[in-house]
Design a protein around this ligand. Sequence first.
Ligand code: AMP
Ligand code: MG
Length: 412
Amino acid sequence: MKKVSEALGIVLEFSGKLGSETVSMDAALGRVLAEDIRANRDLPPFDVSAMDGFAVRSADLPGTLLIVEDIKAGDIPKIALEAGQCSRIMTGAALPKGADAVIRVEDAKQISADTVQMDIKTRPGHDVRLRGESMKTGDTVLNTGTEITPGAIGILATVKAKSFRVFRRPTVAILSTGNELESIDDPVDPCKIPDSNSHALMAQVQALGMTPRMLGIARDDPIELERHLRLGLESDVLLVSGGTSVGLHDYVRPTMEKLGIDMKFWRVSMKPGHPLAFGVLERSEGSRTLVFGLPGNPVSSMVCFEQFVAPSMRSMTGNTRPYHRTVTARLGQPIAMKPGRTEFVRVTLASDEQGYLAVPTGTQSSGVLLSMARADGLMVLPAECSGLPAGARVTVQLLDGTAFQDATGYIE
Ligand code: AMP
Ligand code: MG
């Protein structure tokens, strides 16, 4: 039986970056750069005003100055300032020669059509944006491994990178297994269990910006299972839920082995999610399928996805922040726990003047999916913990699909 961090370490060992491909900017949000991006010019291209006001020679202030020119953004200044002169200037406009500072309109008093009085002192560089302050030609402005956010798109547009290299995203297939399962398209049968795992997993994959291939439901039958698994093995990642435990009809692990999948582990010391299986099929040079045998219990399946599949898939895309962001919170109510396994308790988070308060979302049975649907995060309780009083400090992984960091939240 593996500790959570050991199991994750094994998964990540096989989750190396995939190759790269070129994408155009309009399809790049959420992708990860596979090349360094450099500045193609100095920005600003010359010293510009940071304010609407007057371009001055700082040595002339305080004083009354003659206005010799009006400079708008985009204009090329024509008149170099001499002692006692200034130019009216707009934000973003180039400073005229001789000027070394800008005085805001609010700090100047116009006393005639072409004279202005400034009673304050200033210093060279005041309210001036210097040439190259934002970027200098040749500077690396975005590094390989950077996730493309709206801010990064702004930078790419600034350097006119209309298309660029990003890491390929893994292809993912999803399969549910179990004789008791009823597909979403079947009429309600009182003797069956609705297949929620396929769809919750689909959404978890989508939250990572990817579109899974849905393989439906395989019965607990080795032949049917083998047929479905073969289809899934064409993808980079195959998620199979159910049938990984030790039940008489749990055929998933033996069928995986039969198909040549090298099983790396199949039990993890965690709650929920204990019967998690992980295997690797090397398909050809440099191409493999990672197979996750997720527990059938709906909460376990989702928690295992967040702990193992999400970091694995983010690592494959070259993202250097594969783990859920964590926050420290106070526990809102006492909690009982049997020591032995790392527990992931579904909690809501509220905040007050003392920080975050974490409150469990009702019953924590691994079959009760509402506990997950209501959760803001997963509270990580260390394996040796035998319960905590209200007010105890706890670590909570945020389930927000945009909040990731470069460290795990495990304490083991
Ligand atoms: P298993 O891992 O196959 O032993 O299943 C454990 C529990 O999870 C059983 O109660 C199953 O009915 C339930 N279960 C398995 N697969 C799914 C699924 N796709 N959707 C909802 N519940 C499931
Ligand atoms: Mg089953």
